[in-house]
Every structure is written in C-alpha cells, then in structure tokens.
Design a protein around this ligand. Structure first.
Ligand code: PLP
Length: 353
C-alpha cells in the first residue's frame, strides 16, 4: 500500500475522480457550454479593461462591482443578497459544509451528480428520490420521503440536468412549504427556462436560489452565485474562503456581463435552435427526444453506446451514460449555433442511413 492509500479517508479511496473526457479536435456538444465567445466588437475594449487588472494584488474580497453587474443582468431584487462562488459547484460545497456531520442531503434521481459527490466529501448522507417515468416529481411520494427522512438540505435543479425538464412549479412550492430543510433551487439553466423561483425567496425563509454564468457563455470564468435573504447570506458567507473570486474573473465578468442585450440575444438563438433540433431529431423514428427548458436535449435510443462511439469517430462529442446507469439508453446533446447543429444532424442521418 502506498503512503497516501493508508493515510487517506477510506471512503475517498473507493471513489472515482470526476471524469472529464478528452475533447481535443472534437465538436464539443457534451457539457452545455455556449458556442459564443467574446463578441468581436467588444474584444478590444475587453482586452484594455483586463489590462488594468492588478494581478499582484489580492482581489476585492467582496466583489462589490461584479455583484452589482450580476444584479442588473439577472434582475435580482434589491432586498436579496448575493454570495459568489468559484463556479456554482463551489457553492454546493459551501452549503454542504454548513451542515452538521452525518446530516442528510436529498435530491432527485436522476439529477446533477455533484450534489451526491459533494455531500459524501463533506461527511453527509445522501438520498435521491426517484423521478417518475416523465422525469417529473411524484409529489405525495416525495413529501412522504422527506417527512420520514428529515433532510437538512434539499437540492432541486430547476430545470433539471440531465433530463432538461422543469418540474411542476406548485409541487416544488409544496415541498418547500412542507420541510424544515434549506431548499436550494439550482437555476443553472434560468436563461433558457420560462419560470424562476427568484421572487419566491421573500415567501419562504428556507429557500435560496443558485445560479451560474457557465451555461450562458462564460464556463471558463468559473463564477456562480447564491441568492437569498440578507439574514441567510450573511451567515453562509462565513464559510466562503476570503478571495475565492480571482482578479481576472472579477474583471472579465464585470466587463462582459454588462452586455445584457448580447447575452439575451445569444440565449434566444439557442432557444430557437433547441426547438429546431427537437423537431429534427424527433423525425428519426429510432429516437425519443424529451422536452427541454435548457440548452440541451435528452434523447432516448436503443443503441446509445454505439451512437456515442460513432459520433466521436466522426468528430462530435456528446454525453453518454455508463452501462450501469439508469440512463444507459440515453444521450444528452448540448444545443449549439446553427452550423454546428447541422453538423450533428448530418452525422445522425449518416448513422441511421
Ligand atoms: C452545470 C451545472 C452546474 C455547475 O455550474 P458551475 O457554475 O459551472 O460550477 C450546477 N448545477 C447544474 C444543475 C448544472 O447543470
């Protein structure tokens, strides 16, 4: 046994590290990234702005300017506070760290894998409530499970990843009302969805809303935000590492997120493309495409593994699921701009002949 193997927590030894597949030279349709980079008409001003960043100094610990830019972009009411994270993943971890050792975290199955991973790292228990066959919440079963298991923290991805649908709004309200747990509405895909729980924060003292800029064009900057009442955020902020948002992220995001209209336009392009891709893929009799409120589509097909391999051989990376997963017969495809989506559709035509 190596030194580190005998030294390390035994439960960590048995976990596989989060796997990111090699995407070199592939059309990347696996991770819900935006196809749009820095707009060409903003590039020069952007570089001049970044040039002023003082990388020899620690960043502004409160990210004051950036928070006000985010507040404007996402229309966060002034009575709510914002806590920033190095990606929303870091905020999921921070919420787990706020629990007592051994507390229970609950979410739904299938949902975002990070809820379970982070809970285990933080010495918490985890339970996922099964979604129904349409990937929606079974309300009475869910309330019964929550009442009997008494979780400390509940994560609800709204819309959900990897299924793409937004759960029934009133069912979620019932769940928030029925529990003493802190309920985190993870709105990573808010820009592609019809509804949000943001305004509900004033109705429920146990509700916070999590968002990120990763799915609206800025995955590389690593910036997420937790929105809650002043009282809630003041307490949770104690767990944040002091300089978690670096100088270059603060400067880049503060500049680029002021282009609110550009960001909204890009989101609308992807929503339109999602509708088109939904229709195109639905025309293959071998595929069942699920309704989506996100920038990706979940697709059921009998030959998911071989389709996944075929697309890689033809230069396209989509998300497949392992053969022991409940989603082994599914693939998940990020919606991109028109020409990249056409490349995908062509490859699918070739595959199904
Ligand atoms: C992508 C995603 C995140 C992670 O966002 P980062 O800010 O990039 O860490 C969180 N929640 C859900 C549901 C996601 O799909």
């Amino acid at each position: 046994m190596t030194f580190i193997e005998q030294w390390l927590r035994s439960d960590i030894k048995s976990i596989n590290a989060y796997h990111v597949p090699d995407s070199k030279n592939l059309l990347k349709l696996d991770a819900m990234e935006s196809p749009f980079g820095v707009p060409s008409d903003l590039k020069e001003d952007f570089l001049n702005y970044i040039d002023k960043a003082k990388i020899n100094r620690y960043p502004d610990a409160d990210s004051t300017q950036l928070k006000s830019t985010l507040r404007n972009l996402m229309e966060v009411p002034k009575e709510f506070e914002i806590l920033l994270g190095n990606g929303s993943d870091e905020l999921i971890q921070l919420l787990a760290l706020a629990c007592n050792e051994g507390d229970l975290v609950m979410s739904f199955e299938p949902s975002f894998v990070m809820y379970e991973m982070v809970s285990k790292y933080a010495h918490l228990k985890y339970h996922g409530i099964k979604l129904d066959s349409n990937f929606d919440i079974n309300l009475s079963e869910s309330i019964a499970a929550i009442n009997s298991k008494n979780p400390k923290l509940i994560f609800i991805a709204y819309p959900n990843n990897p299924t793409g649908n937004a759960f029934d709004y009133d069912a979620i309200r019932e769940i928030i009302r029925s529990t003493d747990a802190l309920v985190v509405l993870d709105e990573a895909y808010y820009a592609y969805s019809d509804r949000s729980f943001l305004s509900e924060i004033s109705n429920f003292s146990n509700l916070v809303v999590l968002r990120t800029i990763s799915k609206i064009g800025f995955a590389g900057l690593r910036l997420g935000l937790l929105i809650g009442s002043k009282e809630t955020i003041i307490q949770l902020n104690k767990l944040r590492l002091p300089y978690n948002i670096n100088v270059l992220t603060q400067a880049s995001a503060n500049f680029l997120l002021q282009d609110k209209q550009g960001i909204l336009n890009n989101a609308q392009i992807l929503i339109d493309e999602r509708h088109r891709l939904f229709e195109e893929l639905s025309s293959f009799s071998q595929l069942k495409v699920y309704p989506s409120q996100t920038n990706f589509l979940l697709v059921r097909c009998d030959d998911a593994q071989s389709l996944h391999s075929y697309l890689i051989e033809n230069g396209i990376l989509i998300k497949g699921f392992s053969s022991d997963s409940s989603l082994s017969e599914f693939i998940r495809i990020s919606v991109s701009e028109p020409s990249e989506n056409n490349t995908l559709i062509e490859a699918m035509r070739d595959y199904y002949g």
